[in-house]
Design a protein around this ligand. Structure first.
Ligand SMILES: [Zn+2]
Ligand SMILES: [Zn+2]
Length: 232
């Protein structure tokens, strides 16, 4: 198949020569993996081990702590956009592999009872045909054996894309956006901790909004994302 349909790199558009790779070798080498010290709360790069980032110093979070694989830059931005809007689900396997592999220590440390994707509003789901967070969460669940809990969070408000708003407006935009489906929640028995999955984390307002809903049911939240960007 790859001979008939040479696969293009989602970042630079060049033909990928290595079989089974989602990115070309050059772009893969440029991926901004976070390697140094991370914020103990949100996992953004910081100057020293054990420190909080500027954003987490300013804001209290409803989640306990999280993990991010890459920094948000033009390369990872393009990659996520391609995955999110073009329906290229074939990237999903590779993204799941990268995320699960790199966060294995984090998973061992927090031992979550369930994996929970950030839900899309039903109208947006219909429009796009899939939820990128759901695809990643299902993959993480399959790879780690952690229970998948994809139907307990509901998005009952159609929100404006968060990237268009400043920090205060982001919180307003998300207020009351998520709710818990009590009927579905009952199926899962005693869940005490959840790993919330999303593609991008910026100020954390989306993860926080989900964590607050889960907290109302006594569930402690952690999160994992592909990319983390700077807040405001
Ligand atoms: Zn490339
Ligand atoms: Zn932080």
């Amino acid at each position: 198949m790859s001979v008939l349909f040479p696969q293009k790199c989602p970042v630079c558009g060049r033909i990928i020569k290595d079989d089974g790779q989602a990115l070309c070798r050059e772009c893969k080498a440029k991926l901004p993996v976070i390697t140094g010290a991370r914020c103990i709360k949100c996992s953004k790069p910081v100057g020293a081990e054990g420190a909080l980032c500027g954003d987490c110093k300013k804001r209290k979070h409803a989640y306990t702590c999280g993990y991010a694989l890459w920094n948000y830059d033009s390369c990872t931005g393009k990659l996520i956009k391609e995955f999110k809007y073009s329906g290229r689900r074939d990237y999903a396997d590779w993204l799941v592999w990268e995320l699960t592999y790199h966060m294995s220590d984090f998973i061992k440390r927090i031992k979550p009872d369930a994996v929970v994707p950030v839900p899309l509003h039903t109208s947006r789901y219909r429009q796009r045909g899939f939820n990128q967070a759901e695809i990643i969460a299902k993959g993480v669940s399959k790879k780690t054996g952690i229970m998948y809990m994809g139907d307990v969070l509901i998005r009952n408000k159609k929100t404006i894309p968060q990237k268009k708003l400043d920090d205060m407006k982001r919180n307003e935009n998300l207020s009351g956006a998520f709710a818990l489906n009590e009927d579905n929640m009952r199926k899962y028995g005693n869940v005490r901790t959840a790993l919330i999955i999303d593609d991008i984390y910026t100020t954390g307002s989306t993860v926080d909004a989900c964590a607050r809903v889960l907290k109302s049911r006594g569930i402690e939240s952690f999160f994992a994302v592909l990319c983390i960007g700077q807040g405001f």
